[in-house]
Design a protein around this ligand. Structure first.
Ligand code: HPA
Ligand code: ZN
Length: 344
């Protein structure tokens, strides 16, 4: 890749809309928090832990991800985790983030909901003041658990509903279709929250239909399997529905065999509003710019493709129209500083 394209990728303003805060727990921090909280890890070193990040599918990863989250105990732990991510995001020229958190992963092992959310919210506030990154928080329900458990979590979150941007759906997809969560998504819609769901990562295209029709989602997380269904692709393109793609995640979880099979380019060409994200960067080998760089190399993306993806990242956000226009203008200003593309 030429240096000009590399610089453009690294420096263009961008938003991240698919990021699990628990998935930003780096092995070094996992050891640090274990020590701070008087816990021992079943790995002798950071290197041994990192070497265990070799997954054959989503469940393989989730088993380690939930185990790793066990070191998060105090409000300060959640604060430090979130601040560390925001610093990395700032270095990648991320200007806006919409962050997922999985409260059930923590409340089910006796951590108070308030401990989790207050730590994250305080860091988001400080991150905006110190780093200029705006943000929103999306509460995800674990789909391998029951809908009643999701409803209980939603009710426990009630004092913070006005500080949430939306609700989401994550964890083990196959066998846990969106239709399992219609009531809780209906409650979230009535509470004025945005709705998103992981769909079509490992699960079939029919799960994307369900997320759209039964959960009334405002965005689809992943959505790779939409390419199996031409009528669905047409519907996504016509409605302007955003798909939050995660290239390095797809590779690490064997959703694709090769980054050259990542559907970003095919979906862009079909007029679908796609954008790029890092998902669980501490586990998948790279933060946002690494994801842009990796697919740009594998799929030979052009400067125009990168510009489109960066614009799409703000367009697909839940920012208001004035803020979206400001970010679009910032991209205009940034593009004006870039060297002209060679004329051949
Ligand atoms: N898919 C589903 N659930 C998740 C993921 C993911 O990529 N990351 C964290 N929880
Ligand atoms: Zn995800």
């Amino acid at each position: 890749m030429d240096r000009a394209l590399q610089n453009l990728i690294c420096d263009i303003p961008k938003a991240e809309l698919h990021l699990h805060i628990e998935g930003t727990l780096e092995p070094e921090m996992m050891f640090e928090l274990a020590s701070r909280n008087g816990l021992s890890l079943p790995y002798p070193s950071v290197e041994a832990l990192r070497a265990a990040y070799d997954f054959s599918n989503l469940q393989d990863f989730l088993d380690l991800y939930y185990e790793g989250a066990n070191v998060l105990r105090t409000q300060r732990d959640f604060y430090d985790l979130t601040m560390a991510y925001l610093r990395k995001a700032a270095a990648d020229h991320v200007r806006h983030v919409e962050i997922f958190f999985d409260p059930q992963t923590h409340t089910d092992r006796g951590i108070a909901f308030a401990t989790v959310i207050e730590g994250i919210l305080q860091a988001l506030k400080d991150g905006e003041a110190e780093l200029g990154i705006t943000s929103g928080l999306i509460l995800c329900f674990l789909r391998h658990l029951s809908e009643d458990a999701a409803i209980e979590t939603f009710k426990a979150a009630e004092p913070w509903h006005d500080q949430l941007l939306g609700v989401g759906l994550d964890s083990s997809e196959i066998g846990h279709p969106p239709s399992k969560f219609t009531r809780v998504f209906d409650m979230a819609g009535k509470a004025g929250l945005k709705r998103v769901a992981h769909a079509g990562e490992e699960g079939p295209a029919s799960y994307i239909h369900e997320a759209l029709e039964l959960l009334q989602v405002d965005r689809i997380d992943h959505g790779n399997k939409s390419l199996d269904d031409p009528a669905l692709i047409k519907k996504l393109a016509q409605s302007g529905m955003t798909l939050t793609l995660c290239p390095l995640s797809n590779l690490k979880l064997c959703v694709i065999d090769d980054l050259g099979d990542q559907p970003v380019k095919a979906l862009l060409e079909k007029g679908v509003q796609v954008m790029l994200n890092s998902d669980d960067p501490a586990y998948f080998g790279g933060y946002l710019n690494e994801n842009y760089l990796a697919v740009a190399r594998a799929l030979d993306l052009s400067a125009a493709d990168i510009e489109r993806l960066a614009r799409n990242s703000f367009k697909g956000s839940f920012l208001d129209e004035a803020a979206k226009a400001r970010h679009d203008a910032a991209i205009d200003a940034f593009m004006a500083t870039q060297p002209a593309a060679p004329a051949f």
